[in-house]
Design a protein. Structure first.
Lengths: 330, 257
């Protein structure tokens, strides 16, 4: 465990440095080092501290939230294909956020705080709807999970598009946001995001043992002493809160919540007490690297990071789907 | 001691158990028999608190209805049918989860917890499996691991739901010998749902016959495994003869006709 945590931190630091160094202006390692020590040129210092650092921090937090919630959904549904994007939670959260914005685009700090609340409500409604539709007895089979996710996600996306078409001016900015660009990031957004993430990710980090027990099914988990109903509700709320916070500030970014826990499980096995913290770290690293790619692929133009994660994630998803089928999961 | 009084339970609105009463003393193995759909598994789920019931389940006067799942799990351990274990966990992780009722919600196990888990594995002769993943185990091995997990729970009451289903003959016998041995040595009250009437006759001190959720008979194997009771329960003519090598009866299906 220790070794894997240290390795994860090394990857994360490497990705952080890349994210600070790479962009329309490329900083050499020496220049970046100078900036970090406070000896850099004023332009470089300005670029790193005022532009790249807030964006990097937002990407880190978003990646953590997406991977953490993906891990939790996979554990709760006992289905390795659950991901906030695939099961429609992200679209539901996006709809919630757009409704909040179409009422009044939030300029103030408190206005910003309201967007994640609306996202959270949208995310929770979606996850309950998907669960109710897809559930067969106590399990959620892959086929019905994905189908319910697609259906409810399409519904939420249509409503979101409708609201955006009807709106004028500021809400149009939401379009770029929904495609997963974090370029409007500022420290205010990060401060507004933080309380939700601290609560959501804090609970998720403590939920490893609960998720382990739930893997044996509700009956066995309860016979081993878990209050299944309460545990499920708490973890589900924390996962949805994290996903909603990520969507509220970074838009809909797919597949991070699917890919990262998968890779971590292949690496360290199935114990959620290891998978959860490592996925949260790995989510930050993976999204940072995707964001760096988004900045360099068509430089000087920037791609929304959601496009990069989907380009990498969709083939991965298909591979997992095939693997899951070959192992007789559905 | 486990005392079930007038227990009724429903499943999706359909009544499945009707006023079952049964007592299992410490050190005693009671087998629960009956045709498919008789309510054997439902009784085990109700007693372990997984589904709601009316009536009472108690031990030495304590009513389980008043307990939280965690408190109940310190009295009752369940060996489920070995279907669909999450394949990624190791045997060690699985058995250690038996300590859940005594752990904080982080599930951090102390050295004593680990010692208890190791001893349980030893007692079911599964210490050699400790690093294997449960997805790789055979049916017999999975059942022993689940039994070890239940023992790690350190409860006075042990429930087993068809533990011999899908097992080869030699594993059926060795598992039930093990269970009877544990009941005697640890003074456990053991209630085991069984399909095979002759295994029940051989390893249980007493037998309870359930048919359609109603308790038709409780008593020693000789009292319950009587042709008229078995024929009525299973709709099949049977011969019941004294077992040639053991004490107790032997049930043989007869030709229909």
């Amino acid at each position: 465990m220790k070794r894997s945590v240290i390795l994860s931190f090394i990857f994360l630091i490497f990705a952080l440095l890349l994210s600070l160094a790479i962009g329309s202006v490329f900083l050499t390692p020496a220049e970046l080092w100078d900036v970090l020590l406070g000896r850099g040129t004023s332009t470089a210092t300005q670029i790193v501290w005022a532009i790249r650092l807030p964006r990097t921090v937002l990407i880190v937090l978003t990646g953590m939230a997406l991977a953490g919630s993906g891990t939790a959904y996979q554990g709760l549904f006992r289905n390795s294909l659950a991901d906030p994007f695939l099961i429609g939670v992200a679209s539901g959260a996006g709809l919630g956020a757009v409704i909040a914005m179409s009422v009044k685009w939030p300029y103030s700090f408190w206005g910003l705080m309201a967007v994640p609340m609306a996202s959270f409500a949208g995310a929770l409604l979606t996850v309950f709807a998907v669960y109710l539709v897809a559930r067969v007895g106590n399990t959620v089979p892959t086929t019905s999970l994905i189908l319910a996710g697609v259906a409810i996600s399409s519904f939420a996306t249509s409503l979101t598009s409708f609201l955006m078409l009807r709106s004028t001016g500021e809400v149009r900015r939401a379009l770029g946001w929904l495609l997963g660009g974090a370029s409007q990031a500022g420290w205010t957004a990060i401060l507004a995001l933080l309380p939700y993430l601290v609560v959501g990710l804090g609970i998720l980090l403590l939920s490893g043992h609960i998720l382990n027990l739930l893997q044996f099914g509700d009956d066995q988990a309860q016979q081993l002493g878990l209050n299944v109903g309460r545990a499920r509700t708490v973890v589900l709320a924390a996962a949805s809160l994290s996903a909603a916070a990520a969507v509220a500030f970074s838009g809909i970014i797919g597949f991070i919540g699917l890919i990262v826990p998968h890779i971590i499980r292949l690496w360290v096995g199935g114990d959620y007490r290891r998978v959860m913290p490592l996925s949260i770290l790995g989510g930050a690293t993976a999204l940072l690297l995707s964001d760096v790619l988004a900045r360099v692929l068509l430089a000087p133009q920037e791609l929304p990071v959601g496009i990069v994660t989907s380009l990498a994630g969709a083939p991965f998803f298909l591979w997992v789907l095939r693997r899951a089928r070959n192992q007789g999961y559905w | 001691m486990l005392r079930i009084e007038n227990l009724s339970a429903a499943y999706h609105g359909h009544p499945v158990l009707h006023g079952v009463s049964l007592e299992v003393k410490n050190g005693e193995v009671v087998a629960l028999i009956g045709p498919n759909g008789a309510g054997k598994s439902t009784l085990i789920r109700a007693v372990s608190g997984v589904i709601p019931y009316t009536g009472q389940v108690r031990t030495n006067g304590d009513d389980f209805a008043a307990l939280t799942p965690m408190q109940r799990a310190r009295y009752i351990a369940v060996v489920p049918q070995a279907i669909s274990l999450p394949p990624a966990f190791t045997v060690w992780e699985t058995v250690l989860m038996g300590r859940t009722p005594y752990l904080g919600f982080l599930g951090h196990a102390s050295e004593q917890d680990e010692e208890l888990a190791r001893r349980s594995l030893e007692r079911v002769h599964a210490l050699g499996l400790i690093d294997r993943r449960v997805g790789e185990l055979s049916g017999g091995e999975s059942q022993r691991v689940l039994l070890a997990r239940a023992l790690t729970q350190s409860t006075p009451i042990l429930l087993l739901d068809e533990p011999t289903a899908h097992l080869d003959l030699q594993y059926q016998v060795s598992l039930l010998e093990l269970v009877r041995d544990l009941a005697r040595k640890d003074n456990l009250a053991v209630l085991v749902a069984l399909h095979d009437l002759n295994l029940a006759a051989r390893y249980a001190d007493r037998i309870a016959l359930l048919v359609g959720g109603v308790e038709k008979a409780v008593g020693t194997p000789n009292q319950v495994l009587r042709p008229e009771l078995i024929e009525a329960a299973y709709c099949l003519p049977v011969h019941v003869v004294p077992h040639p090598f053991h004490e107790g009866p032997l049930v043989l299906p007869a030709e229909r006709g």
